[in-house]
Design a protein. Sequence first.
Length: 578
Amino acid sequence: MDRLRYLLVITLVLSYQQIVFAQKNNALAELKTIDKNLNESVFISTNTNSFLTGETLYYKIFCMDKTTNAPTKYTKVAYFELIDTNKKTIVTHKLFLENGSSHGDFFIPTTLETGTYKIIGYTNWMLSNNGSGAYFNSDIYIVNPYKENAVSDPVIDPKELVITRTTNDNISFDLKNKIFNTREQAELKVNAGSDDFLKGNYMISVRKTDGFLAQNKIIFNDYQSKNQNSSNSNIVNTSNFVLPELRGEIISGRITSASEEVKNKKISLSIIGKNYDVKVAKTDEQGKFIFNIEKANPNSNIIVQVLEYNKESYTIEMDKQKEADLSDLKFSDLKFNPESDKNITERLVSSQVENAYYNIKKDSLLTPANFAPFYGTLSKEYKLDDFTRFPTMEETITEVVSGVVFRKNNKNYSLHVFDYDENYESSSEPLVVVDGLILDDLNEFFSYSPKNIYKINVVKGLYYYGAKSFNGVVAFTTKNGDYKTKLKGTFIIRPELLRPHGKKEYFQPDYSDSKNTRIPDYRHQLLWLPSADLTDTTIKFYTSDISGQFEIVLEGFSASGKPVFIREIIEVKKSNSN
């Protein structure tokens, strides 16, 4: 491939990865057309609405068009928060959306007091609207049985405690039977009257019906009726503008300097690790910068730095996450039923047993999709174990890496990548990266032991990335993805940023053999399936050692946005062997 053709191809491929910084005024002008179609709302479905400390809250968040309930096409990130009665945030989750939905969980610690709490959900775009109606909110109830006087006198009429099956003419459960023994495998099918309902977006929960509020959690139709007059308009508040996260997670900030110009300065963001990410942006007239992270990366090891020769003159300040206005939140009373003492005692014992066996029954974090480095497949790779290992970085680069040389001038190191054309030599420096961290100063790195380096990837030729061009790429990958720099200053910071909530595969026991028969099973939550695929023929789960009534709930939206909530009751009896 000749030089001109190579440069054309690499420019076209890599230009897709560039981060284009949209200034505030330009962004507002561009989003006027989007605003006509963007009127988002959020709904959160939980496994129940009453919890004890030591139990886990499971939830699924739906982000959709407020008018049609169709999955959002504009926002890729949503937020979940748990709020106490003092309107203090207990936890915040950032969730990447797939087809307008995501899911997560929260283990309720014993530090929380008995009382009513709120869960809220929103997108950044929703928070740019006026009014507290710009986000979803719903009550949940938490009892801390380790505190005195956790349970008050019952106030719920026993007549309200009856849980009935809820049906829908278009979709229904198909159960072979409704009575099971403990530790018996149950089989569940869902019949749908059309592809619209078959290919919807649903969660399925199977849980014991012993909530101290009879598990009367809010469903979408009730929530919509209650909030149909809320002030969730789609008029952009330009005085407190928040960018919608159209392409992924937005991370922004600004630089300041007492002596230097802040316009058109290059800033990098590195998410350091084995599955690293690296971005380069350019500041606007006010020194502001924006990074877009297209894929969920839960890694919290982040470094933001100025990439300028006089970088010591700059100070980086990161923008804070926009906060929801909680001033209008109203909390309902915590109510108990006549069976609360008994139910809470049973649930307390069950959760203690389950938590004692956590290491055996813990959920599995889902690994991200196969990691693809930012330079794609254009590199020449050198795995150092395939070569003779050398004790210094200088020898390693000289003896192993073809087309790359180091230079040392006045005790300052630099790297140079030879171009494809032997008659042409660029004066530009290469982009040097270690585990995602851009090295603007190589002196520290050349004292690093090469025995910790797993591989080196080299890209030749002119390379555009973000707001800067380089003469090639040299990417080092350590064995553990844990490279650390000792550089300090206001030009390089390690911000504590909210990271995306990791996805999990939730634990399910298997009693088809005798492997787990001696392990107690006190699960009240028999199944949590946040992304139920109804095209599968059968959904299977095992009952636990707990007997009683359990409710099976399917909740979500059909492919065309029709809300769905169906519920069925099954009974689990103690088997003779128990």
